[in-house]
Design a binder for this molecule. Structure first.
Ligand code: PMP
Length: 326
């Protein structure tokens, strides 16, 4: 008989799928690393499990302990699955701009969820960063994960996502394009691919309202770049330790409107029902058209599933209200 010993064993080994319609204006082959096939429907299952197992090994997560994380949803889902299987309690601290579906899903897999305001500075005691840190000091036998600075985040992608992409493309990959939030995905995959072939180009997708692109280009952390935005999962108002700027060749920014419209297009034109950062990633890839040549093999990573966005990017009333569609 062939079976996984538990749901965590099904994490990874996701398919690579060719894009056919949205990419017709490009000269190259474009392949999507399709991460929604993970059991929590996102790439974040990989790093969640790695962070938990590394914390167990280090002795900072002990039997009967409580896992605490500030998460926009997907990391919380991955951590919650690990917590259920391994017998920990899970607390997610989330900002109020995240979709209601994400909160409901976290509760469905047994997490306690605290919702915090988005429009406050990270150091404000009401922010989700501060709230997660405070809970970790108040709750005995708890462990604050901190995916932004936790090295196991990047490591997971160096050990699994990167090698999978290299093997699936038989080493023919020339460009890797991916949205950047904590930076774990781009840094882990990017480091691995550049270790195998230093000529592979690594492009990050950023959003208006985030600091990454300007910082990469100038070395300046410009607070004027920071303002509220709608796109979910990518962009930051901090510089997480997991963003390794040296493995990134460049960033392109995608507007909230374009990210939302391309999230719909992926579903309607490719049959790929995916999250908002996938829309940003494919639009950003199209913006990079001049970078790609005829024989190139471009891999774009799609982080999460469309079901979490049915009240937003897949809801035409919402799209209309936001002024994204007529
Ligand atoms: N897209 C989505 C939907 C995400 O949840 C995240 C994680 N914040 C990202 C993209 C960015 O991935 P990373 O944190 O590895 O940079």
């Amino acid at each position: 008989m062939e079976y996984a010993k538990n749901i965590l064993e099904t994490i990874g080994k996701t398919p690579l799928v060719k894009l056919n319609k949205l990419t017709t204006e490009l000269p190259c082959l474009v392949l999507a690393k399709y991460e929604t096939f993970n059991p929590g429907n996102s790439v974040k299952d990989r790093m969640a499990l790695q962070m938990v197992e590394d914390a167990e090994e280090l002795g900072i997560l002990k039997p009967g302990g409580t896992i605490i994380e500030g998460t926009s949803g997907n990391t919380g889902m991955g951590l919650a699955l690990a917590a259920v299987v391994k017998g920990y309690k899970m607390i997610c601290v989330i900002s109020d701009k995240q979709s209601k579906e994400k909160v409901d899903i976290l509760k469905a897999v047994g997490s306690e969820v605290h919702v915090c305001p988005t429009d406050v500075a990270p150091e404000d005691p009401r922010s989700y960063y501060s709230t997660a840190k405070r809970l970790a000091t108040e709750i005995p036998n708890s462990w604050y994960v901190n995916q932004y600075d936790n090295p196991s985040n990047c490591k997971a992608h160096f050990l699994s996502t990167g090698p999978e992409i290299w093997e699936q493309t038989e080493g023919k990959i020339t460009h890797f394009v991916v949205g950047v939030g904590t930076g774990g995905t781009i840094s882990g995959v990017g480091s691995y691919l550049k270790m195998k072939n230093p000529n592979v180009k690594v492009w990050g997708i950023d959003t208006y309202g985030s600091v990454f692109k300007k910082y990469h280009e100038t070395g300046i952390f410009d607070e004027n770049e920071i303002y509220p935005y709608v796109t979910e999962g990518i962009g930051e108002d901090i510089l997480p330790k997991n963003v390794r700027f040296e493995v990134i060749d460049g960033f392109t920014k995608v507007t909230d409107k374009d990210a939302a419209i391309y999230t719909q297009k992926l579903a309607k034109e490719e049959g790929m029902f995916l999250g908002n950062s996938a829309g940003a990633a494919i639009k950003g890839l199209l913006q990079l058209k001049e970078e790609f040549g005829e024989n190139d093999v471009v891999v774009v990573l799609f982080h999460d599933h469309g079901s979490r966005y049915v009240g937003k990017m897949f809801n035409d009333d919402w799209m209309h209200k936001m002024g994204y569609i007529e």
